[in-house]
Ligand binder design. Sequence first.
Ligand SMILES: O=C(O)CCC(=O)C(=O)O
Ligand SMILES: [Fe+2]
Length: 312
Amino acid sequence: MASLPIINMVKLDGEERQATMSKLHDACENWGFFELLNHGISIELLDKVEGMTKGHYKKCMEQKFKEFAKQALERGEELDTISNMDWESTFFLKHLPQSNITGIPDLEDEYRKVMKEFASEIEKLSERLLDLLCENLGLEKGYLKNAFQGTKGPNFGTKVSNYPPCPRPELFKGLRAHTDAGGIILLFQDDKVSGLQLLKDGEWIDVPPMRHSIVVNLGDQIEVITNGKYKSIMHRVLTQTEGNRMSIASFYNPGNDAVIYPAPALVKESEKENNVYPKFVFNDYMNLYVRKKFEAKEPRFKAMKAMETATA
Ligand SMILES: O=C(O)CCC(=O)C(=O)O
Ligand SMILES: [Fe+2]
């Protein structure tokens, strides 16, 4: 079976640049998911993020999760399967347009500082990736970043998650299957405990732990802007009976009032009338997504298209 494409970013600077860019293009076209090595974020910083995130979970989150887990398991026994709940412990750090990091309770100063530094590195890497995508798509440099700007710049945040061991993995998902709503998602995941899977050609494929790598996936907005050349991909997290999986997912998304639509350069003459991809304000999409996250994306695109037609 094919395995997740791995892009070694140092090769973008040498003789193998063209081959590596092609591999990236293929990964975006056929997978919507890939793994980055030598991405430029220091191993020391990643190790600090991982250590402090695990320490913070133990100290501040684990007890609360255990109480949630006890109740969830009781409900699971009654219902046989749980379809409206995820077996995860999370908190969300917002970085742009405005940081919420000083307002998050229970974070030690050093942890706050390390997460700020991490976010700034991930932001730079996201923007670098967006430009690599532009190059592969034949769009001018900065096109995707600009498309995300709106009046206040992009929405950029980090979801810090732990997926604790689950005694009944058949009853619960760590996170139910979904595509991501936004732009580009950069994931720093546990180096030992697995769980993340993506859906390719009808089969669930593991995204196995790989130390110090960054997993990237494309969200619904990239699908719209690229007019479907690149697609967002369904993914989910399974629960495990052993081990606590850490996952730190950073979402580089359009600003709330950014207007999203297929890049004209990627729309063929024959697609101009009746394009399946809509034009909308990003926040309107998010309002729909919060209610429909765990459903297919196509009806979301259709609903936005209907809104577009109604207001045209
Ligand atoms: O934890 C993971 O590996 C994936 C998280 C995810 O898909 C999400 O938060 O949207
Ligand atoms: Fe996701």
